[in-house]
Ligand binder design. Structure first.
Ligand SMILES: Nc1ncnc2c1ncn2[C@@H]1O[C@H](COP(=O)(O)OP(=O)(O)OP(=O)(O)O)[C@@H](O)[C@H]1O
Ligand SMILES: [Mg+2]
Length: 343
């Protein structure tokens, strides 16, 4: 631990497909307090690229963002996108803590379609039957090549990664509230949509779909014969409105939105069959949650309460910042959750 490192300073950095977001928090008695936040756009297709040159560009952007945000610590928490990890829930009979670790490894070998030596395994008990002591355990397997890539990226940016977790866990930390025992969070990003079911604050089911805002723009551009910039503007302006522009944009993106809705329904049904309990509320986050009329569309298709998540809901900040923070609400849940995590 370096001399500049204060255990009370926590920094989360979310490297998304479209931008990097940084949040620095300070632990205080109750909710953590905001110290700094900032973001920087990324040129298209470089975040996910495996080329060294692209990674250097991303590292440079992270470095500049850290500097311009006046962050003084080198120690940061970051996340792996859901698309790079494999997760599953297994049921285990009652056993000692020591046997549990072995059983998890064995089950991981059986249930994960990747070579066990090529992945890093993380797990957590999701639920325990108070009478039979049977446990539901979530196993998360991250390919070593992917974790290594993240470590190298941050090394290039002169930073040390203290904690690497999945984006769904970070987002759950920022958005879940104890009074809502069973909720779903939809993170509608640029490259992907992440469906997460959270029971009593614990991530209990994750699905990742390779459909995000970029795919919506692409289909608008193709179907309506617009260039990328125009298609992006049409998406943001008309979204899922059935009246504006005679519903042309709506009709174009509807099949992709229906795919997402089908997967939401499948996840809800699966969860109900496996574990009981009905998801009664969906929180939307991610830039694509800004799509006009998304709430009314999801509500009418799903018959469930659908609301926007509040990324800054658990953070103390100066009231004068509230307008500025509000503007970032859709994009910052992951970085906030990362910064809230234990360093
Ligand atoms: N007003 C809007 N209406 C519709 N889409 C929008 C709007 N504003 C931003 N978006 C879309 O949000 C997406 C970016 O969202 P976000 O910042 O959450 O993604 P990301 O975190 O960079 O990507 P990912 O999570 O997939 O790695 C882009 O596709 C952008 O076009
Ligand atoms: Mg994202």
């Amino acid at each position: 631990m370096g001399i500049f490192y204060s255990n009370n300073d926590l920094v989360g950095i979310d490297v998304g497909a479209s931008a990097v977001r940084l949040v620095q928090l300070k632990k205080s008695g109750g909710n953590p307090s905001l110290v700094a936040f900032g973001s920087a756009q990324l040129p298209p297709n470089i975040a996910q690229s495996d080329s060294k040159l692209d990674q250097q560009k991303v590292a440079e952007i992270i470095k500049r963002l850290v500097k311009s945000s006046n962050v003084s610590t080198k120690f940061v928490n970051t996340s792996l996108p859901g698309s790079t990890v494999f997760s599953t829930i297994i049921a285990l009979p009652p056993m000692s803590q020591a046997d549990l670790a072995q059983a998890v490894r064995y089950q991981a070998e059986q249930n994960i379609p990747l070579k066990i030596d090529d992945v890093k395994i993380d797990w957590q008990i999701v639920r325990e039957n108070p009478i039979t002591k049977e446990k539901a355990v979530m196993i998360i397997a991250a390919p070593r090549a992917k974790t290594q890539k993240v470590m190298e990226l941050f090394e290039m940016a002169d930073l040390d990664v203290v904690c690497l977790e999945t984006s769904s866990i970070a987002i759950a930390r920022a958005l879940s509230v104890p009074s809502e025992p069973l909720i779903m969070v939809l993170n509608l990003g640029a490259s992907a949509t992440e469906i997460t079911i959270i029971e009593n604050g614990i991530v209990s089911h994750v699905r990742n779909l390779p459909i995000g805002g970029t795919a919506l723009t692409r289909v608008i551009s193709r179907e309506l014969g617009l260039d990328n910039t125009q298609a992006e503007q049409f998406k943001m302006r008309f979204g899922l409105s059935q009246d504006k522009l005679e519903g042309q944009v709506y009709k174009t993106i509807k099949p992709l939105i229906e795919n997402i809705i089908d997967e939401i329904q499948r996840s809800i049904k699966y969860y109900n069959n496996q574990f009981g309990g009905d998801v009664k509320k969906i929180l939307l986050t991610g830039g694509t949650a800004r799509l006009p009329e998304i709430i009314s569309c999801f509500k009418s298709e799903l018959n469930i309460e659908v609301v926007y998540g509040n990324a800054w809901g658990k953070i103390n900040f100066q009231p004068s910042l509230s307008e500025k923070l509000n503007e970032t609400n859709f994009e910052f849940a992951c970085a906030v959750g990362l910064a809230m995590g234990e360093a």
